[in-house]
Design a protein around this ligand. Structure first.
Ligand code: UT7
Length: 329
């Protein structure tokens, strides 16, 4: 049994932080950030918003778009590295906030690849008949785990959530909506290149940890950049192969929005036309696991992505973990 996406939704906080705002906090400039990343501004959650609020907001919109009652939901997967609490999972809070009692709800941690990981898991649950109405959410409240004195990281990220509802294929004729292929990978040898060194059980928070900001995101940007271009290109090729289609049959590349230069290089290596490459990094920055479903939903809602379109999604981040998913909407 194949899975298909039944509805999409997203949630972005109202508050905008521009590059000029950040240039007042660290030694950087709007010009540098735009040229090196493509970002002009990002959304920042105010103190009243929690990760689970954004996740629930996106999930409710996806359920509404799918025409699915929350009480029908039989699986919730939240992909996040910025959950409300170390325990319990954010998915259990989302379960309560969307009113979906009695379904299994759990989080997965695959950073910027989280959404394609979650979709791959949901696809397997649907394929084996273990779920019929799965809500998959990518959500991040990164602004609370960034070091706002580190110009190498604080310029890049933003907050937000995106969600999809996944169910069994309603029609199995050729050209019908379906998850056509997914591919996920991990290379733990690069774990130190993108890490929050402290705050877990390996190194609990102490006064020294706080003074050194070791409980905040640390990234060797160049290390990640180099592998991102190579690995995103290869994983996309694997998803295409699994789906049995060629790149010229893809309508849209809906990639993780890590950096516009990464995106341009991946698109060029894949040989996909620039007008098929969707972006929103200029407005929302890098929202890690939330970026693919936010971008997907924005373009579904404006009518750019239409029913029947073929969409190639890919993401790479901390781990490093990466993956791709090819869907027909
Ligand atoms: O989504 C999760 C996975 N993450 C990624 O995919 C991120 C991948 N990496 C990147 O996007 C890029 O590496 C960054 C945007 C983070 C950094 O861009 P870069 O072109 O790789 O810059 P760099 O780190 O090589 O630094 C180049 C120069 C350095 O100065 P010197 O040593 O050449 O004098 C940095 O100190 O730019 C300097 N620099 C800055 N200057 C102004 C670094 N950050 C900034 C800044 N403003 N914000």
């Amino acid at each position: 049994m194949r899975a298909q996406i039944l509805g999409t939704g997203h949630f972005l906080p109202d508050s905008v932080r521009t590059n000029d705002d950040i240039a007042k906090m660290v030694d950087t400039s709007d010009e540098w950030i735009r040229e090196r990343t493509g970002i002009r501004e990002r959304r920042i959650a105010g103190p009243e918003l929690q990760n689970s609020d954004m996740a629930a907001g996106a999930a409710k919109r996806a359920l509404e778009a799918a025409g699915v009652d929350p009480r029908e939901v039989d699986l919730i997967i939240v992909a996040t590295v910025t959950g409300d609490h170390p325990m319990p999972a954010t998915a259990v809070l989302v379960q309560q906030k969307i009113g979906a009692p009695n379904c299994p709800a759990f989080d997965i941690s695959a950073a910027c690849a989280g959404f394609v990981y979650a979709l791959t898991i949901a696809d397997s649950f649907i394929a084996t008949g273990r779920a019929r109405r799965a809500v998959i959410i990518g959500v991040e409240l990164l602004s609370r785990i960034l070091n706002w004195q580190d110009r190498g990281t604080c310029i890049l990220f933003g907050d937000g959530a995106g969600a999809v509802v996944v169910g069994p294929q309603e029609d199995d004729s050729a050209g019908a909506s379906a998850v056509l292929g997914t591919s996920i990978h991990t290379d733990g040898s690069l774990a130190p290149s993108l890490i929050i060194p402290a705050g877990g059980t390996a190194k609990p928070v102490t006064a020294e940890v706080l003074a050194l900001a070791e409980n905040k995101v640390f990234m060797r940007g160049q290390d990640i950049f180099k592998v991102a271009v190579k690995n995103l290109t290869s994983t996309c090729k694997q998803a295409l192969e699994k789906g049995g289609i060629t790149i010229d049959q893809v309508d849209w590349l809906c990639s993780h929005q890590a950096n516009l230069r990464i995106l341009d290089q991946v698109a060029s290596r894949l040989g996909i036309a620039p007008d098929k490459v969707l972006t929103n990094i200029e407005r929302v920055g890098n929202t890690s696991s939330a970026s693919i479903p936010i971008l997907l939903d924005e373009n579904v809602r404006t009518g750019k992505i239409k029913k029947g379109d073929t969409v190639l999604m890919c993401g790479l981040g901390a781990g490093i973990s990466w993956g791709s998913a090819l869907i027909r909407l």
